[in-house]
Design a protein around this ligand. Structure first.
Ligand SMILES: CC(C)(COP(=O)(O)OP(=O)(O)OC[C@H]1O[C@@H](n2cnc3c(N)ncnc32)[C@H](O)[C@@H]1OP(=O)(O)O)[C@@H](O)C(=O)NCCC(=O)NCCS
Length: 166
């Protein structure tokens, strides 16, 4: 069942069989460059393992988790998005990754507006954005969503920036 829908996308819990769709973006170094510490090593097997981890780390209430982004026109998983607790700032943060061929079509903006609205209903406030300081696309996306720079912080040994919307 969908957690929410936007005009072109739906967001739902992952299923084990999503592994093959996910390979396309989880194994792409350009997509994964700024995720975590930026040193993930994804092979076909580990895309499957990541999907298992996405499922295990998502709560059944649909408040905190990593979920599949499905293209309504292509009917396949084209990315993942999450709401997760960031202990360093004691807030829920949001994030997403999209397969490269779907970049720069306004899908990131569309997805985040839906995800933030969904989060407002479940956690009661706008989740915060945390991005590697060097991630230009992510920073432009946050700006477009009216997020404001709050402060620098170090996470996973990487210089990052915290953005908030009030
Ligand atoms: C970040 C990401 C989700 C953006 O998705 P998208 O669908 O391309 O974003 P949109 O089309 O809605 O564009 C949002 C803004 O980002 C800008 N942008 C998108 N890709 C960009 C890029 N590669 N370089 C510079 N700016 C970029 C757009 O121009 C737009 O800004 P503008 O309104 O000032 O023109 C996508 O690039 C991605 O999946 N990256 C890899 C994973 C990642 O880094 N996730 C963020 C982790 S916090």
């Amino acid at each position: 069942m969908d957690l929410f829908r936007t005009k072109r996308l739906s967001v739902r819990p992952f299923k084990l069989e999503d592994g093959s769709d996910c390979e396309e973006f989880l194994s792409d170094p350009e997509v994964m460059k700024y995720i975590g510490d930026g040193n993930f090593d994804f092979s076909i097997t580990s895309a499957q393992k990541m999907v298992q981890w996405f499922i295990q780390s998502s709560d059944s209430a649909g408040e905190i988790g990593t979920w599949a982004i499905v293209s309504l026109s292509d009917k396949k998983v084209i990315g993942n998005c999450h709401l997760s607790v960031c202990n360093a700032v004691d807030k829920v943060e949001f994030g997403l990754s999209l397969s490269k061929k779907y970049w720069r079509q306004g899908l990131g903006t569309e997805l985040c507006e839906g995800l933030l609205q969904y989060g407002r209903k479940t956690i009661g406030y706008d989740a915060v954005g945390i991005t590697h300081s060097e991630n230009v696309a992510s920073k432009r996306l946050l700006k477009r969503l009216n997020f404001k720079f709050d402060r620098e912080l170090e996470l996973y040994g990487v210089a990052q920036e915290l953005y908030v919307r009030s």
